[in-house]
Write a protein that binds this ligand. Structure first.
Ligand code: NDP
Length: 274
């Protein structure tokens, strides 16, 4: 008897948190489509991961190219998924750029904002515009927008301004998307992995990729009565403006947040990084 296997898509998964998310999903038994904008890098990562996983589950790891800023590339992925697997059940919008580590609101060139928004906001939007109608039709879907504490309204300080603005917008986008699928079994949330040791996060970050990916994978694999329209880190709701009609009331707002997120008294120190 063939067992039913759900299909997941992870964007920007050739390295960092995305790679970690893809690995955990495969280990949980999901058919996982690892995507990357650079085909060579992505295929190398798939080969590495298959070695690491090293069991029958490795055959559930599939590769496809995807640049989230390229409409044709998104369409090719959609056709590949629909032809091969008939549907995608899980979409993890992980791909992002941080181009202005030390960027200031006035000095950072407009082009930096434009490229950042194109990847971090319009990329997830285009992915959702492409895949959500199918999920709604099938009445099943889990979408996670990988966001950042840097995008919380209370963290709008004068550094990494293009990145912050993009994650603020992504959190808003998550709420609008959640509202658009209300009443269906499609659950859409934003998740922050915390400060993670990746190329973006730097070797100074306190968290491993595995730790960072865990809370995102939880959101990607929620049961039908799971939360919807929230912004979470490590399974805990982060303070964010949440419309009352979203289904997050049962979830406690986090009081146990990592130190760099908790210095509310000093907004200059509060969430300096991601
Ligand atoms: P990395 O910079 O290590 O990896 C980013 C990934 O996104 C890479 O695979 C990169 O591909 C890919 N990417 C960039 N642009 C595109 C594009 N146009 N199309 C497809 N893929 C693209 O970042 P992290 O792994 O650290 O971050 C993952 C997510 O977690 C991001 O959304 C980030 O904002 C968020 N986050 C990270 C934190 C951290 O501390 N690391 C903290 C909070 C949030 P390529 O290799 O080709 O560049």
């Amino acid at each position: 008897m063939e067992t039913f296997v759900r299909t997941a898509i992870v964007t920007g998964a050739n390295r960092g948190v995305g790679r970690g998310i893809a690995k955990q999903l495969v280990l949980l038994g999901y058919r996982t489509i690892l995507t990357s904008r650079d085909e060579l890098k992505g295929k190398l990562t798939v080969n590495e991961l298959k070695e690491e996983i090293g069991t029958k589950l490795a055959s559930n790891l599939v590769y496809h190219q995807l640049d989230v800023t390229d409409t044709e590339s998104v369409k090719r992925l959609y056709d590949f998924v629909m032809d091969g697997y008939e549907a995608a059940d899980i979409l993890v919008n992980n791909a992002a750029v941080l181009l202005d580590q030390f960027g200031r609101i006035i000095q950072t060139p407009l082009e930096t904002y434009q490229i950042t928004m194109a990847t971090n906001v319009y990329g997830p939007l285009l992915m959702c515009q492409t895949f959500l109608p199918m999920m709604m039709k099938r009445n099943y879907g889990r979408v996670v927008n990988v966001s950042s504490g840097a995008g919380q309204v209370e963290n709008m300080v004068n550094d990494m301004t293009a990145y912050r603005l993009s994650k603020l917008a992504l959190n808003g986008l998550t709420l609008m998307l959640a509202d658009s699928v209300k009443g269906t079994n499609v659950l859409i949330n934003a998740g922050c992995p915390g400060w993670v040791r990746t190329e973006m996060g730097s070797p100074d970050a306190p968290r491993s990729i595995e730790e960072g990916a865990k809370g995102i994978v939880w959101l990607a694999t929620l049961p039908d009565d799971g939360p919807h329209g929230g912004f979470f880190r490590d399974g805990q709701l982060i303070l964010v403006n949440i419309p009352p009609n979203n289904r997050v009331n049962d979830f406690k707002v986090s009081t146990n947040v990592p130190d760099r997120y908790s210095k509310i008294a000093n907004p200059q120190v509060y969430a300096r990084r991601y």
